[in-house]
Design a protein around this ligand. Structure first.
Ligand SMILES: *Cc1c(COP(=O)(O)O)cnc(C)c1O
Length: 350
């Protein structure tokens, strides 16, 4: 059909499975295994139902201000969106318009190439080294922008602030985006650098460390200029992206600092224990600073483990892609969930 020639065709991103079955161990999408803060439930109970007839605040001022206060910034340094996927897509659209290739690692969040294709942004993938580390020199060539997660996904590998700063310093003619979806699990943030580099955007999410994947809140920190450009694009696209209940939930979540800290600490403790046990079972993996472990077994095939685990109702993530098809990405669940996984692995391997 003629009209089809002019369709913007894309190969969409494929998220991890969300099985409907009960009593499964779901370790495949890096969600938080613990419930969100009880303060969110309280806020929802008090939420004025009647207010739903009104449009939400298009600036989400309460949430923007709460984020600014929480991280010691001005509201002008904060942008919010419907999950960090929304924030990242808006950032690609706003900042990557030079026509030159943007750079990101070959093994990374698999949405980056999808957005680049959707927006017709040329890109080049830079191979991580044998230990899944970024080679900083790869990012010193001329480019249209740089993006990578820190810690990286799906590897869990954290790069140092010093190394990332060097990449930013050498790329002051383009926007550099650091996707800190997993930074709360023990990583060191580049956030302070937004005061030094006008072109640095730090993107984060409530989906992993704050247990609100279902609510969809993402945010970004950057210079006032950067944030203004993002808002101009956003308000030229859809003013009312974030609904009023979401704004309330986000604010309530930020208030409960103790719960946030305790939850993150529990996940880190479980992660460190599971690292130990996986090693004893013959798995090898780069050291993870995220809420997942990217592991390969010395003899057993990842694909076979993945399928056998699924038969038992245990879901992990397997990527059938070059360089990583020997690996499983295992999200950190509760201690009980990890014990079920480990018991299965012992049986399967033993
Ligand atoms: C999960 C994830 C996101 C997206 O999270 P949202 O749920 O859209 O906030 C972005 N980047 C990376 C690296 C992720 O792993």
């Amino acid at each position: 059909m003629k009209w089809e020639e002019n369709v913007r065709k894309v190969i969409p991103y494929v998220p991890g499975e969300q099985p409907k079955k009960a009593d499964i161990v779901k370790l495949n999408t890096n969600e938080c295994p613990y419930p969100p803060s009880p303060m969110i439930q309280k806020a929802m109970e008090a939420f004025p139902y009647e207010s739903l007839r009104r449009y939400p605040d298009p600036q989400a001022t309460r949430l923007v201000t709460a984020l600014a206060d929480n991280y010691g910034l001005e509201p002008e340094n904060v942008f919010v969106g419907v999950g960090s996927d929304d924030v990242l897509a808006m950032a690609f659209l706003t900042f990557f318009n030079s026509g030159k290739k943007i750079l990101f690692p070959d093994i990374t969040y698999s949405f980056y190439d999808v957005w680049a294709d959707l927006f017709r942004i040329p890109y080049k993938c830079k191979p991580l080294d044998e230990e899944f580390r970024i080679r900083k020199e790869d990012y010193f060539e001329e480019n249209g922008g740089v993006i990578f997660p820190n810690p990286n996904a799906p590897t869990g590998v954290e790069e140092s602030v010093e190394m990332i700063e060097e990449i930013i310093r050498k790329n002051q003619d383009v926007v550099v985006i650091i996707d800190e979806a997993y930074i709360d699990f023990g990583g060191k943030s580049v956030l302070p650098l937004i005061h030094k580099y006008e072109n640095l955007l730090v993107v984060r999410t409530f989906s992993k460390s704050r247990a609100l994947a279902g609510v969809r809140i993402g945010y970004a920190f950057g210079s006032q200029k950067l944030i203004k450009y993002l808002n101009d694009a956003k308000f030229s696209f859809n003013s009312y992206t974030m609904n009023s209940a979401t704004i309330e939930m986000g604010c309530a979540c930020l208030q409960d600092k103790t719960y946030f800290q305790e939850t993150v600490e529990k996940i880190i403790a479980t992660r460190e224990r599971v690292k130990q046990e996986l090693s004893e079972l013959g798995f090898v993996f780069p050291d993870s600073k995220a809420n997942f472990i990217f592991a390969k077994h010395k003899t057993a095939k990842a694909k076979n483990i993945f399928e056998a685990a699924k038969q038992e109702g245990i879901y992990v993530r397997y990527f059938n892609k070059p360089r990583i098809d020997d690996y499983l990405r295992i999200s950190i669940g509760t201690d009980e969930e990890m014990d079920r996984l480990l018991a299965f692995l012992k049986r399967y391997l033993g």
